[in-house]
Design a protein around this ligand. Structure first.
Ligand code: FES
Length: 681
């Protein structure tokens, strides 16, 4: 009779009795312990590394003798010589059980690795991508038992990895025979299985053992910008992040103007589809070059986007989204072949996953924010605003989550602003205005120094001072209000009214000069009355959307506010509240989540289970349609003032006192300095 021994795995605490000579990898598999292996226990991949512990372990009821594992063997020595291995580690497929033992599985040896996200929250995501690598030994062909190479590969995948029902495209089939022969009947395959697939697809095949990397992209396809993360599908790490302007801007700045373009111009939708696909192909090249990887190793891309971008990416005319009842072609998530979307810059077998939409106006980007920020798991009432050309707004807690989207326009992204620009070196991103002297000081992207500090001009010599980005314009307008250069109606005062030469006339209105290098041929950066109006329209739309959700929820205040968006991490909460972008709340309850939609896309890329979660979650979210809600208009008009015409901002007034100024010299409706005009709602 063979002896059995107790094996205890940490950190899982799983334990079981195993016969002498059982490899640790086998014991782990039988107990369901999360121990990785790509080579199937052949001592090639080193993914199965474990750390045995010897001595007394009263907690586990184990005494592990020094000879509780088999001796260090030649396979382990060869691996250590070639690639190196931390002292004390063993290969789980080589070390066998000889006595009672405690075995630790280090984090990097776990299949479902926990990846700590860089976002403000410390939530972790678990690695379980749809595409994984498998190494297999395939039976050689036999004339007496004829069968194809693919069939024998499928049999090996079934026998070694319990993967059934495998399919391969023609491009993979054409590589299979050379790969098998070159690898001496050993190959590594990239296998993809979507969460609703019954079949696994072979996306690529390499001779022998391959561990050179497989990658995926998480893309937040916005109306103004397209932002991508390139992720390693083995460990979830982000190798590069990059973005481009959405070239569809030339067809219309915002979503509705693009829908109109499609309505007015036969074939216009196809032009926009081609433009965005071309941009994604360019971005794929850029990001792969940045990360120094071959774009052919990109096997999956996850998209999050608003409904109009969703349709235009897929090549579907968005005309129905421009009119009530705003019917989507499909609100379900989609799993597709990248080549069917014309995405040719990645591997030709690559797969695409598009998150589900919530409703005709509330897209997959809002779904991705929900996946990233999990309002439905929150004990307190959280308002999440994803600031972009179209703002996605979610309000909820464990009981109920509401969502809407609000057309803010591109002002928050620096577009439609006279000195606006993308967040790039040289753009003003922080600004302070002295309330007494009315003099500004600012910081530009690419330099840590403030403009009134020694060395500032030298430190910005390379980039120059070129314009104002989205977070910069929010601060500039709020600082102007705090310094008394701007009245509550949004009117900029004249030099006489404000006492500073920086307020200069511009047509019948005024502008505030932040920086003037025009004498030396440089730019003159100002905030004009038109800029203020664009920001007022944008922030009114945002606030009105949030307010509408609060009405539906029956609340006057929220417990927490999370600012998200491509530049969400850079928005100052205080300035956002001075503008009245967000409802009044203690500043300590306002946080930034960075690009939550992009993070949601990354989670869906790295964890296949999350795809099911979000499909369930979107069904549970209550959609609120801003476009047809009469209350929206009323909230919008009231939100035009800075911070608000009627809503009190008690928390804001505890920290900031806003000057009581009025620059309307004619009295009555205050739209321009010198003329009476009806305000546009
Ligand atoms: Fe690959 Fe052990 S399983 S080296």
């Amino acid at each position: 009779m063979t002896d059995t021994h107790l094996v205890v795995f940490t950190p899982s605490g799983k334990r079981g009795q195993f016969e002498t000579g059982t490899p640790i990898l086998t014991a782990a598999r039988q107990l369901g312990v999360d121990l990785d292996s790509v080579c199937g226990g052949r001592g090639i991949c080193s993914k199965c590394q474990i750390t045995p512990s010897f001595g007394e372990f009263p907690k586990h009821g184990v005494t592990a003798e020094p000879d509780a594992l088999s001796d260090w063997n030649a396979v382990e020595q060869r691996y250590k010589d070639k690639r190196g291995m931390i002292d004390g580690r063993r290969l789980g497929c080589q070390a066998t059980v000889q006595g009672d033992i405690v075995v630790d599985v280090p984090p990097e040896s776990q299949v479902h690795k926990q990846v700590v996200r860089k976002a403000a929250s410390d939530r972790v995501m678990t690695m379980d991508p749809a595409t994984k690598l498998y190494f297999v030994k395939v039976q050689e062909p036999d004339m007496h038992e004829p069968s194809g190479d693919l069939e024998r590969l499928a049999a090996a995948l079934k026998a070694e990895w319990d993967v059934a029902d495998v399919a391969a495209s023609l491009s993979v089939l054409s590589k299979l025979q050379p790969a098998l022969r070159k690898g001496g009947w050993e190959v590594t395959v990239a296998l993809h299985k979507g969460h609703r697939d019954t079949q696994s697809r072979i996306l690529d095949v390499w001779p022998g053992y391959y561990d050179g990397g497989i990658y995926g992209m998480a893309i937040d396809l916005g109306s103004t910008t397209i932002a991508a993360h390139l992720c390693d599908l083995r460990d979830g790490s982000v190798l590069a992040s990059s973005g481009v302007m959405n070239p569809q801007i030339r067809f219309g700045e915002d979503l509705m103007s693009r829908v109109s373009y499609a309505m007015m111009n036969p074939g216009g939708d196809q032009d926009m589809t081609s433009a965005v696909r071309e941009a994604i192909n360019g971005l794929t090249h850029t990001i792969a070059t940045e990360a120094l990887i071959d774009p052919n190793l990109i096997f999956e891309t996850v998209f999050v986007c608003n409904p109009v971008m969703h349709h235009l990416l897929l090549g579907i005319d968005p005309v129905e989204l421009g009119q009530a009842p705003f019917a989507l072609t499909t609100s379900e998530s989609l799993s597709l072949d990248a080549r069917d979307l014309g995405l040719t810059a990645m591997n030709q077998t690559a797969r695409v996953f598009v998150l589900p939409c919530i409703a005709g106006h509330v897209g997959a980007d809002a779904a991705a924010v929900a996946l990233s920020e999990q309002p439905g798991q929150s004990d307190d009432l959280v308002l999440i605003v994803d600031v972009g050309t179209n703002a996605e707004i979610l309000l909820g807690n464990r009981d109920r989550v509401l969502a809407c989207s609000s057309p803010t326009g591109p002002a928050f992204e620096g577009a439609q602003i006279s000195s606006g620009q993308r967040a790039a070196p040289g753009a003003i991103e922080r600004i302070e205005i002295d309330p007494v002297t009315k003099e500004p000081r600012f910081q530009v992207i690419g330099s840590q120094l403030w403009s009134d500090e020694d060395g500032f001009m030298e430190s910005t010599q390379a980039s120059g001072i070129t314009g104002i980005c989205g977070s910069g314009i929010i601060e500039a307008v709020a600082e102007m209000r705090m310094a008394g250069l701007l009245d509550p109606s949004g009117l900029i005062g004249s030099a006489d009214q404000t006492g500073t030469w920086r307020c200069i006339p511009e047509g019948r209105t005024n502008a505030y000069v932040i920086y003037d290098a025009s004498e030396t041929g440089g730019p003159k950066i100002t905030v004009t009355q038109g800029d203020i109006r664009a920001i007022q329209l944008a922030k009114s739309a945002l606030y009105a959307g949030a307010r509408l959700l609060m009405d539906d929820m029956g609340v006057e205040t929220v417990d927490r506010v999370v600012l998200a968006g491509a530049f969400g991490a850079h928005i100052s909460s205080k300035h956002a509240m001075v503008l009245g972008m967000i409802p009044d709340a203690p500043l300590s309850a306002v946080s930034s989540a960075g690009n939550a939609a992009g993070t949601g896309a990354r989670i869906a890329l790295c964890n296949i289970g999350s795809r099911k979660d979000i499909e369930r979650t979107v069904r549970e979210i209550t959609k609120v349609e801003t476009a047809i809600e009469p209350k929206f208009q009323e909230h919008f008009v009231n939100a035009n003032a800075l911070p608000h015409a009627t809503d009190p901002f008690p928390e804001l007034s505890k920290i900031v006192s806003l000057p009581d100024v009025s620059f309307n010299t004619k009295g009555g409706d205050s739209d321009t300095g010198g003329r009476r005009r009806r305000r546009r709602a």
